[in-house]
Ligand binder design. Structure first.
Ligand code: SAM
Length: 277
């Protein structure tokens, strides 16, 4: 029936096809009984392509393996939830302990490298940029690399333009006033902050050696979407991205099984930070 949502009934073989597709494309595990997730995320693509259902989308993908559609389907299945200063106690630990240590250790070179490894729409990287500016690193050579699998979220991140509801989440009013300008109904981030961050697509299952070395890596709230094999490989790779004395931060409530094989856990101001073993 024409008025029914096109994704209403996903056939079992189509469900399996989509699970495998999203896993092979992005490493994301979609469990059984997540029909609603496929439905809500893929229905817009079904409509844009003028198809009648998710089953038709599967048939098209299976028949053509069209790269653009393959990618769009996988990107649609990423969860991009993020906000400014998420897990604020981590930013406090960075401000009060990690940055003072780095300031001391890197005082000769005055160069710092950061990586936001699952950056989504950029709030994580820009929050860090604000902390660095507040802490007086304006005249240091500072770069923040921010990567994500999804080119769509990175496009938004690069633009540095946020809706009212997004700046109302986690961003202190003083920071909003200082680092954002009204642009119609939205808020545009300060150009100098935007220049501190480089956004690039990167799949966390790839070799990370190409990215160089970092003093601090955020890899927060992404490992939950992967299976143990992908997580282990990723942790091993992450270890190789840190300068001596550098740190890895996971999401505030994340526990990564097997991380102790590659990292030493330290408690800093009540926050877990991980140093390479
Ligand atoms: C929930 S967001 C986390 C955003 C931010 N790190 C935070 O904690 O607020 C997870 C992000 O991981 C990205 N992601 C999923 N699979 C990925 C992969 N294989 N490689 C790189 N990024 C991936 C998604 O696109 C999404 O933007």
């Amino acid at each position: 029936m024409g008025t029914q949502p096109p994704a209403a009934r996903i056939r079992a073989e189509c469900y399996r096809f989509l699970q495998e597709h999203v896993y092979s494309q992005a490493g994301i595990v979609v469990e059984e009984d997540k029909h609603y997730l496929f439905e809500s995320r893929l229905t817009p693509i079904v409509r844009q392509l003028g198809l009648g259902s998710i089953n038709e989308l599967c048939a098209l993908l299976a028949a053509t393996r069209e790269p653009e559609i393959s990618r769009r389907v996988a990107e649609a299945m990423t969860t991009n939830e993020t906000y400014f200063f998420r897990d604020p106690e981590q930013y406090e630990a960075i401000r009060e302990v990690l940055l003072p240590r780095l300031r001391e250790e890197r005082r000769e070179a005055r160069r710092l490298r950061f990586w936001s490894a699952a950056a989504s729409t950029g709030q994580e990287a820009y929050s860090l940029a604000m902390v660095l500016r507040e802490e007086g690193f304006g005249d240091w050579d500072v770069q923040i690399l921010a990567t994500d699998y999804s080119s769509q979220v990175l496009e938004r991140a690069r633009a540095g333009s946020y809706r009212q509801i997004e700046v109302s989440r986690g961003l202190p009013a003083g920071m909003l006033a200082k680092y954002f300008e009204r642009s119609g109904a939205d808020w545009q981030i300060d150009e100098d902050l935007r220049r501190m961050v480089r956004f690039e697509t990167f799949d966390l299952r790839e070799s990370m050696r190409v990215l160089g070395l970092f003093d601090l890596v955020f890899c927060r709230n992404v490992m939950i979407y992967f299976d143990a094999e992908t997580r282990n490989k990723m942790l091993r790779e992450l270890r190789g991205t840190l300068f001596r004395g550098g740190w890895l931060l996971l999401g505030g409530t994340e526990v990564a099984c097997g991380i102790e094989a590659w990292f030493r856990r330290q408690m800093v101001r009540g926050v877990n930070v991980y140093a390479a073993c």
